[in-house]
Design a protein around this ligand. Structure first.
Ligand code: PBG
Length: 332
């Protein structure tokens, strides 16, 4: 009889034959910083994550560094919104302060998108065609100009990388070209390459103040990838790789594990996975109801990401990853 249970019989044997190594150094912690806030605010669904003020942001990052967390993805949320935003000063100032204070102790990526900046909450500039009978659309190439402007300004402020999450066509080439022209050829691009039109972004949109509110264009289905269309994710990711993305991303994580698994085999680039707000919150809610143990459940899900081919995990629990992984491993 082929006795597979022989290798499962005790902890040391199981440890010896493990294939997937879950380690906290693979994690990136998202940060929200909001202009005009008096005190930092909790985010429904994401305990331990806050809408930070510029002051509390620095304290939080200092505390994170003390716990051994050094990699971050910053979302700047400005107070002023308009139709076609050109002012990225708020995020730029936060980047500058973070990098001046913590220098090479932090690896800082900054999200590049317009949804926290626009009055209508969409990720780009809305094309208003008078007398048109079709739905409103985002103007791809006008949006590119603004995204590239933001990316260069973030790089100037010291951001180590930019992470475009808008899903316009051609943005990686445009941003790469603009960064290089401005002398930032070492600035990393982590592309939200396989970003799906998901219903799991709810808690994030409250945190980033980025819910779409235009009547003409009700959701993000004209620019994010349809959940039923894996081919589109492949085309998007291979194009972004060719346009010069350094790291490719699948987002959300768990519902798109098949995509991560296939694409990471087909495209030999580092792959990141974004465990989005709704996925993270689902586990937290189960834990709050005492139906599950959060450290164990999170670690199990994170293991699935690494097993499926990710080298990087963006998770709201990054700042707890070291402790939770230890708890989980001790109990395995
Ligand atoms: C903005 C953006 C979104 C997320 C990251 N960048 C939301 C969206 O596309 O509406 C989602 C992250 C999360 O839910 O945790 N384009």
């Amino acid at each position: 009889m082929d006795r597979l249970r022989r290798l499962r019989q005790n902890k040391l044997t199981r440890e010896l034959v493990r294939k997937v190594d879950l380690k906290s150094s693979s994690f990136i912690q998202p940060l929200f910083v909001v202009e005009g806030l008096r005190d930092r605010e909790t985010i429904p669904g994401l305990p331990g994550v806050f809408r930070e003020t510029p002051e509390t942001l620095l304290h939080q990052v200092e505390a994170d560094i003390e716990r051994g967390v050094h990699k971050f993805l910053l979302f700047g949320v400005p107070q002023e919104k308009n139709e076609s935003p050109t002012n990225f000063d708020f995020a730029q100032n936060q980047i500058q302060k973070l990098k001046q204070t913590f220098r090479d102790k932090v690896l800082l990526f900054t999200d590049v998108c317009l949804c926290s900046y626009t009055s209508h909450g969409h990720c780009g500039v809305i094309e208003r065609t008078p007398n048109s009978y079709t739905e409103e659309h985002l103007h791809n190439d006008k949006t590119l100009e603004l995204l590239s402007k933001a990316a260069v300004e973030y790089a100037q402020a010291g951001s180590d990388g930019v992470a475009p999450s808008d899903m316009m066509d051609g943005r990686i080439a445009d941003i790469r070209g603009s960064l290089d022209k401005a002398g930032f050829e070492n600035t990393l691009i982590m592309s939200y390459a396989a970003k799906f039109h998901s219903r799991f972004y709810g808690p994030f949109r409250n945190a980033a103040d980025s819910t779409p509110k235009s009547h003409g264009l009700k959701d993000r289905s004209t620019y994010q990838i349809d959940p039923t269309n894996p081919q589109d994710a492949w085309l998007s990711a291979s194009r972004d790789a060719n346009e010069g993305a350094d790291i490719l991303m699948v987002k959300p994580g768990l519902p798109y594990l098949d995509i991560l698994s296939k694409l990471s085999q087909r495209i030999e680039k580092p792959w990141a996975v974004y465990e989005v707000s709704g996925e993270y919150a689902a586990i937290e809610l189960l834990a709050r109801e005492k139906l599950i143990s959060a450290p164990h459940a999170h670690s199990e899900v994170w293991t699935s990401f690494i097993r499926a081919g990710a080298s990087t995990v963006i998770s709201y629990g990054a700042r707890f990853a070291k402790d939770w992984i230890r708890i989980w491993e001790d109990s395995q």
